[in-house]
Design a protein around this ligand. Structure first.
Ligand code: SAM
Length: 247
């Protein structure tokens, strides 16, 4: 019986691949990757020559049978994504769910994950956080999702791309006002930056220095202050008003 190894790969800095991950990528029979061309470069960098099979959101379900057969015939397979930990805003969930359901071994090989790296160095509370992945692309749906998190006391964590970072920060400014936001950009890469301010100030920084709007982002928003029952009702009214104004 083979196993599926869910292997984290770097989110920028290639030194972040663990020795165990490198060894396993060299040992498995083949590698299922989100983008085979992208992952071929990583394997080449590691001096590994392995058959790569694509596994992305559109073909994930149809790959399950082939993976089951491979594991049943004693082959080990590695699952990787373009960056960081598979399944975390990346493909793999269907495969892992189905292989586990059919009693196969699924083994995590931990490593880089942008949300954990961002939280570990941001200086916001980490005892509880709410990871929301990518916000919806459409403005209305995005504001709705943000509004739903307004009263959460956990640190809020979002992934964002350079295409939408400014639109999202505008929505955060409108809804969260002066709430503290830490923006982690280009983690583990040459131009890694942490900016710590309210959303409006972050937008001003991007207007001054357009480089600050480039690259990959983790947005972290401080959780709401705990409230008593009386201020709770008032806060809900305010949140509703803010949502209406943002519309
Ligand atoms: N599976 C990945 C992980 O473990 O973090 C996340 C993949 S998701 C498709 C890509 C998003 O993760 C980016 O849009 C960005 O929000 C975040 N991200 C990935 N690498 C990053 C980095 N080096 N710096 C900041 N954010 C990053």
């Amino acid at each position: 019986e083979g196993a599926l190894y869910v292997v984290a790969t770097p989110i920028g800095n290639l030194e972040d691949l663990s020795p165990r991950a490198a060894r396993l990528l060299g040992e498995v029979s083949w590698v299922a990757a989100e983008d085979t061309r992208h992952s071929a470069r990583l394997l080449r960098h590691l001096g590994i020559d392995k058959p790569l099979v694509s596994l992305h959101e559109h073909n994930e379900a149809s790959r399950v049978t082939a993976l089951r057969d491979a594991l049943a015939s004693g082959q080990d397979v590695a699952l990787i994504s373009d960056a960081g930990t598979p399944l975390i805003s990346d493909p793999g969930f269907v495969v892992v769910r189905e292989l586990r359901a059919s009693g196969h071994r699924v083994i995590p090989v931990p490593g880089a994950c942008a949300l954990v790296a961002a939280l570990s160095a941001a200086g916001l509370a980490t005892d509880r956080f709410l990871f929301e992945g990518f916000l919806p692309a459409k403005g209305g749906a995005r504001r709705q999702r943000l509004t739903a998190a307004l009263e959460r006391e956990e640190t809020l964590v979002y992934y964002e791309s350079p295409h939408r970072i400014q639109a999202t920060l505008q929505d955060i400014a409108a809804l969260f006002g002066t709430r503290r936001v830490v923006l982690a950009r280009e983690l583990t890469k040459t131009f890694e930056t942490f900016l710590d301010a309210d959303a409006e100030t972050l937008l001003a920084r991007m207007r001054e220095d357009p480089n600050q709007a480039r690259g990959e982002f983790v947005i972290m928003v401080a959780g709401a202050e705990p409230r008593d029952d009386e201020t709770q009702a008032l806060a809900e009214g305010e949140a509703w008003l803010a949502a209406m104004l943002a519309e």
